[in-house]
Unconditional design. Structure first.
Length: 226
């Protein structure tokens, strides 16, 4: 971590990778680390502490893979159903809706990245993520680069485009146009057409840089927690 003097310490890093294939070759790869979470484990809190439990992620609560699906047992029709549901929920939550999508279960679990935390139901998801997001960003749209599903499990990456017109994660409105890189994963209950679990990561250093804020520059004594 640039600026950190802590070495030799074991840390946990959330990560995602998305790929686009051309034939049998990898044409495109996007890898994202939960850098803000890594900064936190290195002793720096560069964004406000969330009210939800932070730095806690579990595998999906389903006995259909450890944790990914077993490919030979996947029903192709489930992949089609899950993909349509995920695209609808994603755009509803981030662009069209004024509340969480009705296709989340009430007892949903959402594993947000550092600075957001883990929502254990739909009320927490709305209060601590969606509502502040809607209030912070106007003129929202989503560009999806990859959306793929294998059975009940889906991954999607792309950009959230918006104007930063309200406070977000401690930063007052800058009226800047921002594009936030995201990576989401979902476990879909295809039998009941609902989503019980979601996982989310964002390129927060990249987003804040567009607002004129250098999160790496906050790795100083003012933001040191240990």
């Amino acid at each position: 971590i640039p600026g950190s003097k802590i070495v030799g310490q074991e840390v946990m890093i959330r990560i995602y990778d998305f790929y686009i294939m051309r034939g049998e070759k990898i044409f495109y790869n996007w890898m994202l680390l939960d850098t803000v979470g890594l900064m936190l484990e290195a002793g720096y809190r560069v964004l406000p502490e969330p009210k939800l439990r932070e730095q806690w992620v579990q595998a999906p609560e389903a006995m259909d893979g450890i944790p990914a699906p077993i490919s030979r047992l996947v029903k192709p029709e489930d992949s089609v159903t899950a993909k349509a549901l995920v695209e609808s929920v994603l755009t509803y939550d981030l662009v069209r809706g004024d509340a969480p999508s009705p296709q989340w279960t009430d007892s949903m679990t959402w594993y947000g990245a550092a600075a957001f935390g883990m929502a254990t139901n739909k009320v927490e998801y709305e209060e601590h993520f969606l509502k502040p997001f809607r209030e912070a960003f106007s003129e929202r749209s989503v560009d999806i680069i990859v959306l793929t599903c294998e059975g009940a499990y889906c991954g999607v990456t792309g950009w959230i485009n918006a104007m930063h017109t309200g406070p977000w994660l401690g930063e007052e409105a800058t009226n800047a146009a921002v594009s936030i890189r995201f990576g989401f994963h979902y476990r879909v209950d295809t039998a009941n057409n609902v989503i019980p679990e979601g996982y989310a990561m964002f390129d927060l250093p990249g987003a804040f840089a567009q607002m004129g804020v250098d999160l790496y520059g906050r790795m100083d004594e003012e933001h040191r927690i240990f």
